[in-house]
Design a protein around this ligand. Structure first.
Ligand SMILES: Cc1ncc(COP(=O)(O)O)c(C=O)c1O
Length: 205
C-alpha cells in the first residue's frame, strides 16, 4: 500500500517498506568489518547533527573522524542541506558522457584556481577508490601518448591505502587487502613506509 502526499505543485509517493521482507542484518555486507561479529552486536548510527552522530537509543557520539574524513564542515548543516535540496530540485543528474552540467564547469574552475601552480584540470570521480585508479590510468596514458608506452611501473608505499579498486589495492601497501585477488595489475612495486617509529615516537599507538 502506498500513500500520496500532495503539496503546491509536487506529489510525493511514499511507499512503506515491504512487510513480507524480513528486516534483518543478513543481506547487507559491510566493508572492512568482521560481519559475523558486527551482526551479533550491531553498532548503528541513525542520525547526525553538527559534530555528533546519534545512536538509535538517542546516545550522542562525537564524530571525531568527520565521517570518513568527508564531512569536515559538520553533519546536517542547514546551508548545506539547503544547497543539496536546491540542486536536486533544479537538476538531480546529468550525464558527463557527451553532455555536461554548467555547475560542473564552475566547480572545476574554482578547484583549479585553488590548486597550486599548473594543476589546471579537474576530473571528477565518485570516490577515492575511483580517483586513485583514474590517477594511475592517467599516468600510464600520459607516458603512452608521449611515446614512452613502456613506462608502466607503478610505485606505492608499504602500508599505504588507496581504496578498493584493483589499481588502488595493487599500489596500496596493505597486504591483506590483495591476498585473495590473484595477480592484480602487473608492474606495481613498493617503497618503504614513511612511518619510522624510532624518529616518530610521538605517533606511538
Ligand atoms: C589515500 C586514499 N585513497 C583512496 C581512498 C578510498 O576512498 P573511497 O573510500 O572514497 O573509495 C582513501 C580513503 O580513505 C584514501 O585515504
Amino acid at each position: 500500500m502506498s500513500s500520496t502526499v500532495a503539496s503546491a505543485n509536487i506529489a510525493i509517493t511514499k511507499t512503506p517498506p515491504r512487510a513480507d521482507v524480513p528486516n534483518d542484518l543478513d543481506a547487507f555486507w559491510l566493508p572492512f568489518t568482521p560481519n559475523r561479529a558486527f551482526k551479533k552486536r550491531p553498532r548503528l548510527i541513525s542520525r547526525a547533527k553538527d559534530m555528533h552522530y546519534y545512536a538509535p537509543d538517542g546516545r550522542a557520539l562525537i564524530d571525531a573522524a568527520a565521517g570518513l574524513w568527508c564531512v569536515n564542515a559538520g553533519h546536517n548543516r542547514a546551508p548545506i542541506v539547503e544547497a543539496i535540496r536546491r540542486q536536486a530540485t533544479e537538476l538531480d543528474f546529468a550525464p558527463n558522457f557527451q553532455f555536461a552540467h554548467p555547475q560542473a564547469f564552475a566547480l572545476a574552475s574554482r578547484i583549479a584556481a585553488l590548486a597550486p601552480a599548473d594543476l589546471d584540470h579537474v576530473f571528477f570521480c565518485n570516490s577515492g577508490s575511483e580517483a586513485a585508479d583514474t590517477a594511475l590510468k592517467i599516468a600510464l596514458a600520459y607516458h603512452n601518448v608521449r611515446g614512452e608506452g613502456s613506462r608502466q611501473r607503478l610505485i606505492g608505499r608499504e602500508r599505504g591505502y588507496h581504496g578498493v579498486g584493483f589499481g588502488g589495492i595493487a599500489v596500496g601497501g596493505m597486504v591483506n587487502n590483495r591476498k585473495f585477488f590473484g595477480s592484480m595489475i602487473a608492474g606495481a612495486d613498493h617503497l618503504r613506509a614513511t612511518y619510522d617509529r624510532e624518529h616518530q615516537a610521538f605517533t606511538k599507538g
